[in-house]
Write a protein that binds this ligand. Structure first.
Ligand SMILES: Cc1cc2nc3c(=O)[nH]c(=O)nc-3n(C[C@H](O)[C@H](O)[C@H](O)COP(=O)(O)O)c2cc1C
Length: 164
C-alpha cells in the first residue's frame, strides 16, 4: 500500500474480531515505532506488548476511554523516559505504529496515556520503572467495523501559504 493510502485509510477502530496477530507482525509494528523521529535522537521509548486476554481485560477495566482494549488482540503501551520532548517522541512512535497497522490490514486505536489518572496504575501493572511516562495505549486487532464517516476539516480551509 502507498503511504498516502494508508494515511487516508487509517481510522480509530474500536471493534475487533477474535483473531490473534502473528508475533512477527507485532514486531514489525514496534520496529516502525522505534524508527520514528525523536528529538536529539534520544529515543526515550520502550514498548510493552500485551496479548494475554486477562491483562488486556485488566487494562480495559482501568481505562474508561478504552474499554474496547478488552476485546483487542493486542495492546502496545508506549512509554517514554521523562525527557524534554518525551510526548512528541512517543506520539511520533505511536503514529508510525498506527499507519503501519493500517498497511498490514489491522485496526487500531490510539488511547490516551499521558496526563491520565490511570497512567501510573498502568505503569505499575506492567512493571515499568517509575522514570517512564505512559504516552499511549494502542489497541490492535483485525477490524470488525468499517471506517465510520467522520467530518474532517478540508485542506483549503487550513492551508496557509507563506502567511496565515
Ligand atoms: C492523543 C490522543 C488520544 C486519544 N485518546 C483516545 C481514547 O482515550 N479513547 C478513544 O476511543 N480514542 C482516543 N483517541 C482517538 C480519537 O478519538 C480519534 O483519533 C478521533 O476521534 C478521530 O477519529 P479517527 O482516528 O477515526 O480519524 C485519541 C487520539 C489521540 C490523538
Amino acid at each position: 500500500m502507498q503511504t498516502y493510502q494508508a494515511i487516508k485509510k487509517r481510522y480509530s477502530c474500536r471493534k475487533f474480531i477474535k483473531k490473534s496477530i502473528p508475533k512477527d507482525l507485532i514486531e514489525k509494528l514496534v520496529d516502525a515505532g522505534r524508527l520514528a523521529p525523536t528529538a536529539r535522537n534520544i529515543q526515550p521509548w520502550e514498548f510493552v506488548v500485551i496479548t494475554e486476554e486477562d491483562k488486556l481485560k485488566e487494562i480495559a477495566s482501568i481505562v474508561e476511554t478504552g474499554r474496547f482494549i478488552g476485546e483487542a488482540s493486542c495492546c502496545i503501551a508506549v512509554f517514554c523516559k521523562d525527557t524534554k520532548y518525551y510526548l512528541e517522541d512517543g506520539s511520533a512512535a505511536t503514529e508510525n505504529i498506527l499507519i503501519l497497522a493500517t498497511d498490514l490490514g489491522l485496526g487500531s486505536c490510539w488511547v490516551a496515556g499521558d496526563k491520565k489518572p490511570y497512567s501510573e496504575q498502568i505503569r505499575d501493572i506492567l512493571g515499568v520503572p517509575q522514570e517512564f511516562k505512559l504516552v499511549s495505549l494502542i489497541a490492535l486487532g483485525y477490524p470488525a467495523e468499517e471506517k465510520p464517516f467522520l467530518e474532517k476539516r478540508r485542506l483549503n480551509e487550513l492551508i496557509h501559504w507563506e502567511k496565515f
